[in-house]
Design a binder for this molecule. Structure first.
Ligand code: TIU
Length: 225
């Protein structure tokens, strides 16, 4: 910890300094629908086991954040049971015989209140941690995330979750445009496609940190000690 209470984390393209009082851990869409067989991820044709390596590093980071009493926010991608917030274009995308709102092994796919929509047990939210239900890929679109962050005086975010190039990337871009600094720990994010994971992270940190910073959970946790 620095003398002024801030913490500096070795990162790319250069070190990330944050004030823990005004920095939240934002965990994106660690839902059964993306990480377990029979959900939305598999429906899209993906091997969901690809994402499971993200669970352990997220668990460690979440435990460290909770132990210090710092802000934690979770998000879930999904739709109202009446599908009123599901754009018709999203419903038919992929031409899959099963689509959002249809019944699957974990309930209706990507629908709020269903088993598959819930966050995995390993990272289950605790009382007091905001859970943002989002209809889109970005966590700011059609949600109260920005209001919650402003009300709490949050200015910086550590963004983790799945998938790197879709919801994590979209959220980091949205956050960047709203003036937040984002640090992304690489091993706490995952993709069904390793090359997209790598490129998704490169896009964030390129051009002097065009959208944010990239580090890893071991480096971040060491900086907290
Ligand atoms: N398909 C895919 O890679 N991701 C999503 O549809 N949503 C999230 O990334 N959460």
């Amino acid at each position: 910890m620095n003398i002024d209470g801030t913490i500096t984390v070795p990162a790319e393209p250069y070190e990330f300094t944050f004030n823990p009082e005004t920095c939240a851990l934002l965990i994106i869409d660690m839902q059964r629908d993306f990480l377990e067989p029979g959900g939305f991820g598999e429906m899209l044709g993906n091997d969901v086991s690809q994402l499971r390596s993200t669970i352990e590093p997220n668990k460690k980071l979440l435990a460290a954040w909770r132990a210090r009493g710092w802000s934690v926010i979770h998000t879930r991608e999904g739709h109202r049971p009446d599908l009123g917030c599901l754009p018709p274009a999203k419903k038919i995308r992929g031409r899959s015989p099963t689509s959002i709102g249809d019944h699957g092994p974990m309930g209706r796919i990507l629908v709020r209140g269903e088993e598959g929509h819930d966050i995995i047990q390993e990272l289950y939210p605790k009382f007091g941690e905001a859970v943002i239900d989002k209809p889109g890929k970005g966590a700011f679109y059609a949600t109260d995330l920005h209001a919650i962050l402003m009300n709490r005086g949050i200015k910086q975010l550590v963004v983790t979750g799945v998938t790197t190039e879709v919801c994590v990337n979209t959220t980091v871009r949205e956050a960047n445009d709203r003036g937040y600094d984002c640090l992304v720990p690489s091993d706490c994010c995952g993709s069904y496609y390793p090359e997209f994971h790598e490129m998704g992270l490169k896009m964030i940190k390129a051009q002097g940190g065009i959208f944010g910073w990239v580090s890893d959970s071991t480096t971040l946790l060491a900086a907290l000690e």
